[in-house]
Design a protein around this ligand. Structure first.
Ligand code: HEC
Length: 379
């Protein structure tokens, strides 16, 4: 039997190859873009019954009820970024801003008129600038504790980055609307209510430390292991429409490195994901590794070296699901994928190291997506 993923990919690849030539001639109307790129999955009339029948069906636009926001701005962001962990690809590289807006307007015409949400006044919206809020973050997954010191960053592409701020770690990436709070004036009172849907829950919502001394110490390490360095939040900064989170990596009471990180949506032609950019500045020569993921759970881990500056790795979870990680740097990287997880070694004797790690949470059909990612990323 033909895997539905294979047919989607073939169809998409065929459309992608033929389209750009048309696009350059003139901006396409919303309807044209929709018929060419979206109808295969969402159906000609927006009912979600396209040529391709997905396991996880494409949204029917006729009923309204957009879980990632229903304004023109919100929809064009969703279309640009795609939706990680689902078959909805990102179209940022393929459509101009005008075409994104046009197709968003067209999508809105399918549905009923949307009433304004009753708690609109309590919602904080990300416009052309990222937003950063701090406060109590409720439990992110069942059985997990809330975080009294939470940090939520909303970026202009419609993603939100949910961090625990004491011993800084990224818990999850969300997508959609940003955040609401019953009382914005209260001093640290009312909890934050992140509104986006989780597209990637990191390590079940309780991720282990990302900066550690030695990979092998990590197997036995949970959060408090002595060789997992503590990370102290120092500052957040908005620069050129990006949000940066700055932290110190601590050994005892001494900072051994300053880490700045910033996130954004990132997609390849058939999968959506997100990219984190790291700038690490060393103050000491301690052994230092960055872990993008802890030990794999489901099966054989597969990794490929792209060139000296890139490394691609697939961490399966279960039979046909998993996450792909892509490391990239301007200088040679020492990357490892093993039972301990997927990591990069921060070189000693170099003051600053910059790298990016791009994460593609893959839904059912992951093996197929993985093959596609390799094809697209390898030279
Ligand atoms: C490969 C199939 C596929 C293609 C092609 C595709 N989509 Fe989607 N789209 C999906 C799926 C599946 C979902 C639902 C994801 C989920 O929430 O589980 C979705 C969700 C969406 C949403 C989010 C709705 C919400 O809940 O807020 C929007 C908006 C959207 N698509 C618009 C588009 C537009 C516009 C295009 C063309 C430029 C397009 N899609 C092309 C599969 C596709």
């Amino acid at each position: 039997m033909l895997n539905p993923w294979t047919s989607i990919r073939m169809l998409l690849t065929a459309t992608l190859v033929t389209l750009p030539a048309v696009a350059q001639e003139r901006g396409r109307s919303g309807e044209e873009v929709y018929k060419q790129l979206c109808a295969v999955c969402h159906g000609d009339n927006g009912d979600g019954k396209g040529l391709i029948q997905l396991d996880r069906p494409a949204r029917s636009f006729r009923e309204g009820g957009f879980s990632f926001g229903n304004t023109k701005e919100a929809i064009s962001r969703t279309v640009a970024a795609g939706i990680g962990g689902t078959p909805m690809p990102g179209f940022a590289a393929m459509l101009s801003d005008a075409e994104l807006e046009a197709v968003a307007e067209y999508v809105i015409t399918f549905g009923p008129k949307q009433p304004e949400s009753p708690d609109a006044a309590m919602r904080l919206i990300v416009g052309r600038r990222p937003q950063v809020v701090r406060g109590y973050l409720p439990s992110i997954a069942s059985g997990k504790k809330g975080h009294p010191r939470g940090l939520l960053v909303g970026t202009v592409d419609g993603l939100s980055w949910e961090y625990a701020a004491d011993d800084l770690r990224l818990l999850a990436v969300r997508q959609g609307e940003f955040v609401s709070r019953e009382d914005w004036k209260g001093r640290g009172g009312a909890p934050l209510k992140p509104l986006g849907r989780i597209v990637h829950l990191r390590e079940g919502g309780e991720p282990t430390a990302e900066f550690v001394e030695t990979p092998s110490a990590r197997l036995s390490s949970r959060v408090m292991h002595p060789t997992a360095y503590r990370r102290v939040l120092k500052a957040t900064e908005i620069l050129d429409r990006r949000a940066w989170v700055e932290s110190e990596v601590m050994e005892g009471e001494t900072s051994i490195a300053t880490v700045r990180e910033s996130g954004e949506a990132f997609s390849l032609s058939t999968v959506a994901g997100y990219r984190r950019t790291f700038q690490v500045e060393r103050h000491a020569d301690n052994a230092l590794h960055f872990f993008a993921s802890s030990s794999p759970l489901g099966g054989e881990l597969e990794s490929v070296l792209i060139d000296s500056e890139g490394f691609l790795c697939f961490v399966p979870t279960g039979e046909d699901a998993g996450t792909a990680y892509l490391f990239q740097a301007r200088t040679a990287l020492d990357c490892t994928a093993s039972d301990h997880g997927v990591s990069v070694k921060i070189p000693v004797g170099k003051v600053s190291t910059d790298f990016t790690v791009t994460v593609f949470p893959l839904p059912v059909g992951a093996n197929e997506s993985w093959e596609q990612i390799k094809k697209e990323v390898m030279p």
